[in-house]
Design a binder for this molecule. Sequence first.
Ligand SMILES: Cc1cc2nc3c(=O)[nH]c(=O)nc-3n(C[C@H](O)[C@H](O)[C@H](O)COP(=O)(O)OP(=O)(O)OC[C@H]3O[C@@H](n4cnc5c(N)ncnc54)[C@H](O)[C@@H]3O)c2cc1C
Ligand code: FES
Length: 271
Amino acid sequence: MNNLYLPFLAEIKEIREETPDTKTFVISAPLKFKPGQFVELSVFGYGEAPISISGGNGECIELTIRAVGNVTNKIHRMKVGDYVGIRGPFGNGWPIEKVEGKNLLIAAGGIGLAPLKPVIEHVCQNRDKFKEVTLLYGARKPSLMLFKYKFDEWSKHMNLLLTVDEPENGWKGHVGVVTTLCDKIKHVSDTITLMCGPPIMMKYTSMVLIELGFPPSEIYLSLERNMKCGIGICGHCAVGGVYVCKDGPVFSLNRAIRFIEKPHEVQGVLD
Ligand SMILES: Cc1cc2nc3c(=O)[nH]c(=O)nc-3n(C[C@H](O)[C@H](O)[C@H](O)COP(=O)(O)OP(=O)(O)OC[C@H]3O[C@@H](n4cnc5c(N)ncnc54)[C@H](O)[C@@H]3O)c2cc1C
Ligand code: FES
């Protein structure tokens, strides 16, 4: 049996600059993965970090990484042809099968769009399997939006609603946090929501969606926790009786409510 602690060597094939602090690395890794799964990325001599798979073609995977610390700053200084280590894929991923035949709402904030990109691409390639599809995406500024070069293509297949907190560079679109887009959603019943973003965005967007009538059992969130092993052994990511790495990182809101920030505030809306 493979040793799940042992990373395999993988070459950086391409690097795309997404925003001033975020790059997408195309890495030679012939992995089959489910949208929403993650890998443990090793940068030798620096450590490991869990990173969502933001794309892939069977030969390579894409990792969209914001430089925040030890591992992520070092990979930002690496070049095409350098090697990293990969373990995975790990985690449960988004419940895509549940969405087929239904309406789909995708809500993303900032780098939270990265784990949702494989879902969006799956929808574009299999559009007839879904009813109405809406993508809400918010970033602090237009220059911090990921995957802008994909927006034209995505908007052919779904209702793409963008917003920024602070306009710049002649931005003519919507201004405001993600929740200010929620009244533009045309479908509530028979809708599954997939959401990823900063905890505060997920909390307030969940509250607004519940007020609009979206059932919490049909809202799925991808959670971030400190991780080490990624496979349910070390206990680093344990919270409320679950391992976020193995049982998640995707949870329905009625399960996640026990471990998101100040759950009583969301609970108040649920009561
Ligand atoms: C399931 C999962 C999927 C993830 N997917 C992605 C992804 O696709 N892309 C991505 O860029 N990140 C992703 N992350 C977050 C990423 O794993 C962390 O940012 C990473 O562990 C940082 O490693 P580091 O060694 O660079 O930082 P460290 O050296 O461990 O941290 C350095 C400093 O940065 C701070 N820090 C750590 N994480 C963050 C953060 N997320 N935001 C702001 N400050 C932070 C720490 O508090 C610390 O002060 C994911 C996390 C999880 C659990
Ligand atoms: S990271 Fe080790 S149990 Fe989840």
